[in-house]
Structures are given as C-alpha cells and as structure tokens.
Design a protein around this ligand. Structure first.
Ligand SMILES: [Zn+2]
Length: 489
C-alpha cells in the first residue's frame, strides 16, 4: 500500500511537473509572439501623414494587422497590450553607412551593437570593414535570435587596388583576381559589394562594377578620379557613398576626366580644377541625369561637419557616447586629431566652405530625384562619429540644410529598404512587414528632432520601454568600464 501510494504520488508529481512545463511553454509562446500597440498615431512615411487607424497587431515579430483597437483587441495577454498614449509610431530607423571595424575592437563593437537600438536604429548597413567575416557572423547570429542588435546588411570586405591604405580589404590587380574576390564574397553571402578608389584605377574599377552587377549585386562605393559618375551608373553602380563626390558635377567633370585619362593633365591638376567656381545649374542637371539612371547617394554629412568644426569643439566631451565607448575605441581618434593639428587656417577655412557647399546640395539632390540614404559613417576610425547618436545628428543636418521632415524620415526608413530590395518586408508600418517600430514623444513630420525623444522601441519580437532601453545603456556602460579595467586603460 505504502509502495503504491508512493508510486502514485510520484506519478502525480511528475504529471504536475510535466503540465507545468507544458503550460509554461504554451504561455511563453503566446506571451512572446502577440502584442497590440494601441492609441498610437501611426506615421505613414510613404504618404508623409498620420494614418486614420490607431492600433498595430504584432505576431511573431511581424505586423499582422493595422486597424482599430476595439477590433484587434482579442485574446491578447494584458501585459502585451501597449498603450501608446497618443504618441507617434514610426518604422525603425536605418543607418545606411557604418563600419564595425578594428581588429583589436571585436569585443567593443559587439558590446556596442545594442546601442543602435536605443537610438531607434533597428537596421544598419556595414559598408565593409577589416572585421568582414566577424560582421557576417554577427549578422547571422542576430538573424537567428542568438545575439541582440540591429539587423545587419554587410559588404564584408571591400574591393581595392594593390597596397591600398585600408586594412583588411580584397586587393585586386586584374580580372582574374576580381573574379576570385567576387567568388569569396559569393561564398560569404554578402548583401552588397563595396568598391573604393585608393589604389584601384578606373578601368579595373569599372570592370568590378560590371562584374558585381552581373552577379546580381547592389554595388556601392567611392568615385575614382578617372571615371565619370555617369559611366559608373551606366555600368551598374547603385550608390555613391559620400555626397562630396557629386560636387564634381558642378564642374566640367567629363572634360576633366577625359583630359586626365589622355594624360593631358595630372591628378593634382584635375583636383585643382574641381576647386574653382561651382556651377549650381550644371550640378542640378547632373543630379537629374543620375537620378534617371536610378542612382542613390549616402551623403554622410556629419563626418565633414565634425571635421569642419574641429577647431572649435571637442566632441567626445559633449557627447552622450563618452559613457559607452572604451578608451581603446576612442584612442583610434588620435590619428585624425594629430593630422588636423597641422592644418593651416586657410585649409580649415576651405574645409568649412566645402562642408557648407556639400550640405546645401543634399536637398537639391533629393529634389532632383536621387534616392538619399541616411548614413552616419560611424566607426572607430572616423573620429567623433558615434554609433546611433550620429545618425540622429545626420538627420538634423538634412533639416538644417532645408530638407522637409517627411523627406528626411524617408531617407532613414523606406529609402534604405528600397535600396536593399527589402521594401516588401521592411521599412514602413504596414501589414506583413517586420515589426521594427519606434514610439516617439513628438511628431517627426513636424521636426526631425523628434527622433531623439524615444519612448519605446519594438524590435526582434521584443517590446523595450524607456526603462528597458535605459537598462541596455547601463549594461553597455558597465561593459565599457569592465573592458577599460581589464586593459588597464
Ligand atoms: Zn565609410
């Protein structure tokens, strides 16, 4: 009897445990997949207005439906009902130009990934770095839910000529090496191809564009002296990184390039010709012609702005980011500080003039129909350009330059998604799309500064209110202190 009882007791005990585990999983599943954000002012970034509906139903990290609270509020756990309090709901922001770089900064870059989320940046495009394979691994881990951070699109390593100044690039000197390099990028499943011009000359640069384009890649990069932007676009070039290259269109670009190619003028002489009187009308015609060819441009104004004002400001001290960047990370800023300290007052004045001209062109490029991609160029080697924070600064510079808030919002949402060929699943608050969402205290259609006022972020199936976002920041700050201590810095 005693034995039977004990056995029965054990069976009951195991049954209870099993039921508990089962119900935990059942509850866990409901809890983690369905959310209702209601009482929201949903920003339609395509139309540039506020939608009439006020609620978004999220299931398994996707937007299942958009409608009215009363109709969607069915069988949702009470702790997954999120009252937006009439705040503004926008798609997560995209930073279309960052570098997760630095061979000795692997741990630092990894620890900084969640910072992007706290700034509402739910997607980043890594424009190649010396950590190419590591970035690819992070991209995959984030996609699989094993690592928390923004969705990453990456070029892996960039194509360059032999003996370039860049560390960790794919250096090529002929078509065979070009094909080998592209085979490598194929095997890594990179999201686009980046090409730069430090030592890669025009003819092989152009062949690289054509070959990458023929393999179906989006092709981004810099502009070499001995090619016109138009011939690059014709070869399949998708985006110019850094709008300063497009200033060439305000000069006799075709003639300068032709004379350089035929040996009539040197590279220095060509450069000098691009410093003369800028012809605005000619530039606008050039922008329009490139827009017709579908070219996009990532302005990256903030870098130029930081350097142009370098004599006045010491940015790190003023930045929020001083709390989160390790001493080793910010030590990389020094080379540029050293270089800038040798600049003459004339050079500084010239830099400021060039920055002002460059910034003034962004609204004109947008008006001409070029797809503008908001990108910060945040990277350890790009002094005083920070992950997350600098994307917000970049957007504010577009506003200062005269762009309208709805257009600015597009540069950091739908434009990135369109460019990466993901607009069917990302980039806007629409049914069927990935639920990367940011709740703002103020209306971003009135002033883009509203993107600084983040109340909550929804991404990767997780709802992060202000307290959760602040906890992420506290964790990153702790990691920074730990790294500094371990390194004795
Ligand atoms: Zn860059």
């Amino acid at each position: 009897m005693n034995i039977i009882c004990r056995t029965k007791g054990r069976v009951a005990f195991f049954l209870t445990i099993t039921l508990c585990i089962l119900s935990f999983f059942a509850n866990g599943q409901t809890d983690t997949t369905v959310y209702l954000i209601y009482n929201a002012r949903i920003v339609d970034v395509v139309k540039g207005n506020i939608r009439t509906e006020n609620a978004v139903l999220i299931n398994k990290g996707r937007i299942q439906s958009i409608g009215d609270h009363s109709k969607l509020n069915k069988n949702i756990p009470s702790n997954h009902l999120i009252d937006a309090g009439n705040r503004f709901l926008i798609p997560g922001l995209w930073d279309m130009h960052v570098h997760l770089e630095g061979e000795d900064l692997v741990a630092d870059n990894k620890a900084l990934l969640p910072i992007f989320i706290t700034y509402g940046v739910t997607t980043i495009r890594d424009a190649a770095s010396d950590l190419g394979e590591q970035v690819l691994a992070w991209r995959n881990e984030i996609n699989q839910g094993k690592l928390f951070g923004p969705t990453i699109f990456t070029a892996g390593l960039k194509l360059e000529g032999i003996n370039s100044i860049w560390k960790g690039d794919l250096e090529i000197s002929n078509e065979e090496e070009l094909n080998q390099a592209l085979n490598k990028l194929d095997s890594w499943h990179v999201d686009f191809v980046k090409i730069t011009e430090n030592t890669l000359k025009g003819p092989l640069f152009l062949k690289s564009i054509k070959a990458a384009h023929a393999r179906g890649y989006i092709v981004s990069g810099h502009v070499p002296m001995d090619l016109t932007i138009e011939e690059m676009a014709d070869a399949g070039f998708s985006s110019v990184e850094h709008s300063s290259y497009l200033l060439r269109l305000g000069y006799d670009e075709k003639e300068i390039v032709a004379n350089l190619k035929s040996g009539k003028i040197s590279a220095t002489e060509a450069n000098n010709l691009y410093q003369g009187e800028f012809n605005q009308q000619k530039a606008i015609k050039g922008y329009e012609a490139l827009a017709k060819k579908g070219l996009a441009v990532t302005p990256t104004l903030i870098g130029g702005k930081q350097l142009a004002n370098f004599d006045r400001d010491i940015y790190l001290r003023d930045s929020m980011m001083v709390k989160y960047l390790t001493t080793l990370y910010t030590s990389k800023y020094q080379w540029r500080i050293d270089r800038m300290s040798n600049e003459t007052p004339e050079q500084t004045a010239e830099r400021k003039k060039k920055y002002a001209l460059g910034a003034s062109q962004v609204p004109l490029m947008q008006k001409a129909g070029l797809l503008i991609l908001a990108g910060s160029d945040a990277a350890a080697l790009n002094s005083f350009i920070y992950p997350g924070e600098s994307l917000v600064s970049e957007l504010q510079l577009y506003q200062e330059a005269g762009m309208q808030p709805p257009d600015i919002l597009r540069t950091a949402t739908i434009n990135g998604a369109k460019f990466m060929r993901r607009f069917d699943t990302m980039g806007s608050v629409d049914e069927g799309k990935v639920a990367d969402l940011v709740l703002l205290e103020e209306n971003p259609l009135q002033s883009i500064a509203a993107v600084k006022k983040i109340y909550a972020v929804f991404t990767k199936g997780r709802y992060l209110d202000r307290r959760a976002l602040d906890q992420i920041l506290a964790d990153v700050r702790d990691a920074k202190r730990r790294f500094d201590k371990e390194r004795g810095s």
